[in-house]
Design a binder for this molecule. Structure first.
Ligand SMILES: [Zn+2]
Length: 278
C-alpha cells in the first residue's frame, strides 16, 4: 500500500518561457548553437567555424546576379516516369511531391544575367529536388544551357549539388554523362568558358561528368565531393581512409579542384576569373 500519492502527474510552471520553434539550430560541424536569423544574414555560413550549410538556389541567384538582370530558361521541361519505377514510393509520386515542395519542374534552374556587369549563363542545381539527381531533364537542361552559352558567347557558370545519376530513370540517366560531356567538349573547342562550382554534396554522375570538366573548378569549403561514397571505397580497398577524404580541402591538395571559395567571396572570385579569361 502506498503511503502517499501525487494528485497531479505533471508540474506546471506558469512562468516557464518557451523557445519559439525553428529559431535556433546547431552547427553540425562545431556544435555551436546558432540563432537562425543571424545564420541567414551570414549567407547560411556558421560564424564560429565557417561551415557552409546547404542552401536553396534562390540564395545563389540573389548572391551572384546583379539586381533585376535575371531571365529564366528551360523551366517548362519536366520528367516523366517512363520506366514505371517503383521503390518505396513510385517515381511518378516522387516527381509530383518534389515539384510541390520546391515549386520547380526539376533539380536545376538556369538563368541569363549579369555578374558585376559580365553577361553569363548561370545554372544552379537543387539538392532538395530528389537529392539533386541527374536524370534526363537535368542532363537535357545542362546540355541546352551549354548550347545557349555558346550561341550567346557567354561564360557558363554551374553551381553543382547532386547525389548522382537518377536511378529512377535507369540507363537514360547514365547517358546524360556522355551527352553533357560531349556538349562541353564542343563548347570548349569553340573557346567557351565553363566554371563549375562544387557545393556540398557533389557526387556520382555529376562529379563523373560536367562537375570535373571546368576550365577552372571551384568548390565551397568543406563540401563532400566524390564519385562513390567513402563506405564503398573503404570496403573495396580494405583500408582506412585519410582524414578529410573527399572534402574540398583534400581535393585541392590533390589537384582535383583549382580554388576553394567562401560563399561571401564567390561573386568577386567569378568576376575576377571572367575578367582574366574571357
Ligand atoms: Zn560551426
Amino acid at each position: 500500500m502506498a503511503w502517499f500519492k501525487r494528485k497531479e502527474r505533471k508540474f506546471k510552471d506558469p512562468q516557464k518561457k518557451t523557445i519559439p520553434d525553428g529559431l535556433w539550430g546547431k552547427c553540425p560541424s562545431c556544435s555551436e548553437i546558432i540563432y537562425k536569423p543571424e545564420l541567414e544574414k551570414n549567407l547560411s555560413v556558421c560564424h564560429h567555424c565557417n561551415h557552409h550549410f546547404r542552401v536553396t538556389p534562390e540564395l545563389y541567384v540573389n548572391l551572384l546576379l546583379d539586381e533585376k538582370s535575371k531571365k529564366k530558361y528551360f523551366s517548362n521541361i519536366s520528367s516523366i516516369d517512363f520506366l514505371n519505377f517503383k521503390a518505396k514510393k513510385s517515381y511518378k509520386d516522387q516527381i509530383v511531391d518534389n515539384k510541390k515542395k520546391t515549386n520547380q519542374s526539376d533539380a536545376i534552374q538556369v538563368f541569363e544575367g549579369l555578374i558585376n556587369t559580365h553577361e553569363v549563363i548561370l545554372g544552379i542545381m537543387d539538392f532538395q529536388f530528389i537529392a539533386g539527381s541527374m536524370g534526363s531533364v537535368v542532363g537535357e537542361i545542362v546540355s541546352r544551357s551549354i548550347v545557349l552559352a555558346g550561341k550567346k558567347n557567354r561564360p557558363f557558370i554551374l553551381i553543382c549539388s547532386s547525389g548522382g545519376a537518377r536511378m529512377q530513370e535507369g540507363a537514360i540517366s547514365l547517358m546524360q554523362l556522355a551527352k553533357t560531356s560531349t556538349q562541353l567538349a564542343k563548347f570548349s573547342k569553340e573557346g567557351g568558358l565553363f566554371i563549375p562550382i562544387l557545393t556540398d554534396p557533389t557526387t556520382g554522375g555529376v562529379t563523373a561528368s560536367f562537375g570535373m570538366l571546368g576550365d577552372l573548378i571551384l568548390a565551397e569549403p568543406g563540401a563532400l565531393i566524390g564519385f562513390a561514397g567513402p563506405r564503398v571505397i573503404k570496403q573495396t580497398i580494405g583500408q582506412d581512409l585519410p582524414k578529410g577524404f573527399q572534402r574540398s580541402e583534400f581535393l585541392l591538395q590533390k589537384g582535383f579542384i583549382d580554388h576553394i571559395v567562401d560563399r561571401k567571396n564567390m561573386k568577386e572570385k567569378i568576376t575576377t576569373i571572367i575578367s582574366l579569361l574571357k
